[in-house]
Structure formats: structure tokens, C-alpha cells
Design a protein around this ligand. Structure first.
Ligand code: HEC
Ligand code: HEC
Length: 217
């Protein structure tokens, strides 16, 4: 998938370059603005912190940060990319589309040096998702888990855990077999998912939720 994406992007970039001649009509722009990104928004560029918060909320439920950092797109391409992602379910607020696209265009432009991609060994990759013993979260009750799930989680992740507008799907996730990591996400939150207090999801309740989610297919 990442390889295919890169190839597609290279193709898109090639097409964009190939099309430059079409715009030869208007008189040449003054030298000072020739390389400035063409962004319609008058808003100042987002700070790294504000942009990062948006990216966490709007993009990282489906992508890694690194995947985004590898992109090299023109302002126009970033603008249409962000809109396209809305179509795929990215919950970007309408007023954030232009600022986010402008930020991404400034940070990951066709002028930016290529991203060096760190690699991990196949063994480390496999270890990162390998099942781990349940420890303190063993022996949950799926029936109680279903009740808790419908109270606390279903609004975002859907009744059948298949995912909805906000929450990702939770069926057959490797995390369901890494109970401590699962508990950490639930208790710390992630992106648009709020943190649940340990009192509300004690170890036994985490075990119940896991038993329920493991039984949903
Ligand atoms: C709900 C899941 C989801 C979210 C959230 C999401 N994307 Fe995507 N993204 C996808 C899918 C699916 C593809 C592959 C699209 C395709 O094959 O046409 C993709 C592809 C991409 C690509 C590769 C180019 C392409 O169009 O294939 C980029 C760049 C990208 N997304 C950026 C973003 C940015 C920036 C955000 C946040 C604003 C975001 N995505 C949020 C699902 C998502
Ligand atoms: C307000 C919406 C919301 C609620 C409520 C919510 N989640 Fe989430 N959850 C999300 C979103 C959004 C993500 C994706 C976060 C990201 O990676 O950006 C997520 C991610 C997760 C993940 C990580 C999945 C993975 O494989 O990486 C787990 C596990 C999870 N949620 C479990 C739960 C459980 C269990 C509950 C109930 C106790 C719950 N969530 C309640 C929105 C929600």
C-alpha cells in the first residue's frame, strides 16, 4: 500500500509537471511571487502545535505521521488531498480545510528534501503486533463487556464495533490481543478518543470489554 501510494503520487506529480505548459498564457508573475504557494486563505500559517493537533485528530486514525511526512505535493494537490480525505472519512472541520492544506503544503512541498524513512526489521514489526498474555486483564465476562461497550464506546465505534464516522473499527485488531496496550489506549485516549478514568474502566472492566470485542466478528 505505501509503495503503491508513492508510485501514484509520483505519477500525479509527473502529470502536474507535464501540464505546466497549459498555463503559459498569462504574463509571467513577478519574480518575488513565483515560488510562493498559491493559497487563497488570508489566514496566517498554523503553528506547528495547532497543525499537529489537527493532524492527530483528523489524519492519524488512518495514517502514520511518517506517511504524511513522505508526501511531496504542490499547494493545489494538498488542497485537493485534504478534501479527498474528507470523502474517505477524515473528520476535518470545514474551517480547518484551508489552513491545514496550507500548512501541509508549506511543510511537505515539492521543494522539501526527501524524507528519510527509518526501517524496522520484519522481526521487530511482527513483535510490535504479536499477542501478549492477558495478565491482570484475563478472565473477562463478554456479557458484561457488551453492556459496558454499549454504554461507553458504541457511540463512536458503532454497535457492532465495525467503526463509524468518528471511531475506527475494533474488530480483529491486534490490540485486542495486547491487553495492556488496549488498556493504555482506553485510559489515555488517542486523537479524538477521550481518556476514560481508571475508576470507570477498572482492570475487570477492561477484561470484560476485551472478552466482548474478541467475540465480535
Ligand atoms: C478514515 C480514514 C482516513 C483518514 C482519517 C485520512 N485518510 Fe488519507 N487516505 C485514506 C485512504 C483510504 C487513502 C487511499 C486513497 C486511495 O487509494 O485513493 C488515503 C490516502 C492518502 C494519501 C495518499 C494519496 C492518495 O490520495 O492516495 C495522503 C497524502 C493522505 N491520505 C493524506 C491524509 C491527510 C492529510 C489526512 C488528514 C486530513 C488524511 N489523509 C486522513 C484514508 C484516510
Ligand atoms: C468520542 C469517540 C470515542 C469513544 C467514546 C471511544 N472511542 Fe475508541 N477511538 C476513537 C477514535 C477516533 C480512535 C482512533 C484514534 C486515533 O488513532 O487517532 C479510537 C481508537 C480506539 C482504539 C485503538 C484501535 C487500534 O487498533 O489502534 C481502541 C482499542 C479503542 N478506541 C477502544 C475504545 C473503547 C474500548 C471505548 C469504550 C470504553 C472507546 N474506544 C470509546 C473514538 C472513540
Amino acid at each position: 500500500m505505501p509503495r503503491r501510494t508513492t508510485a501514484l503520487l509520483a505519477l500525479t506529480a509527473a502529470i502536474a509537471v507535464g501540464c505546466k505548459g497549459d498555463h503559459a498564457g498569462p504574463p509571467p508573475a513577478p519574480a518575488s511571487s513565483a515560488s510562493a504557494p498559491v493559497i487563497s486563505s488570508a489566514a496566517p500559517l498554523l503553528s506547528d502545535t495547532a497543525a499537529h493537533a489537527m493532524i492527530v485528530d483528523d489524519c492519524l486514525s488512518c495514517h502514520t505521521e511518517q506517511m504524511l511526512a513522505q508526501q511531496r505535493l504542490t499547494p493545489r494537490q494538498w488542497a485537493s488531498e485534504v478534501k479527498k480525505m474528507q470523502g474517505w472519512g477524515a473528520p476535518v472541520e470545514p474551517e480547518n480545510i484551508d489552513p491545514l492544506a496550507a500548512y501541509l503544503a508549506a511543510k511537505y512541498s515539492t521543494e522539501t528534501a526527501p524524507e528519510r524513512v527509518p526501517t524496522i526489521s520484519p522481526a521487530d514489526a511482527a513483535a510490535a503486533i504479536a499477542p501478549l498474555p492477558d495478565g491482570a486483564f484475563a478472565g473477562g465476562d463478554a456479557g458484561r463487556g457488551a453492556t459496558a461497550y454499549h454504554e461507553l464506546c458504541a457511540t463512536c465505534h458503532a454497535d457492532d464495533a465495525g467503526g463509524a464516522a468518528v471511531g475506527v473499527h475494533l474488530v480483529d485488531r491486534p490490540l485486542l490481543h495486547r491487553a495492556a496496550d488496549f488498556a493504555r489506549v482506553v485510559r489515555s485516549g488517542r486523537g479524538r478518543m477521550p481518556a476514560f478514568r481508571v475508576e470507570d474502566v477498572p482492570d475487570a472492566q477492561i477484561a470484560n470489554l476485551l472478552a466482548h470485542l474478541r467475540s465480535s466478528r
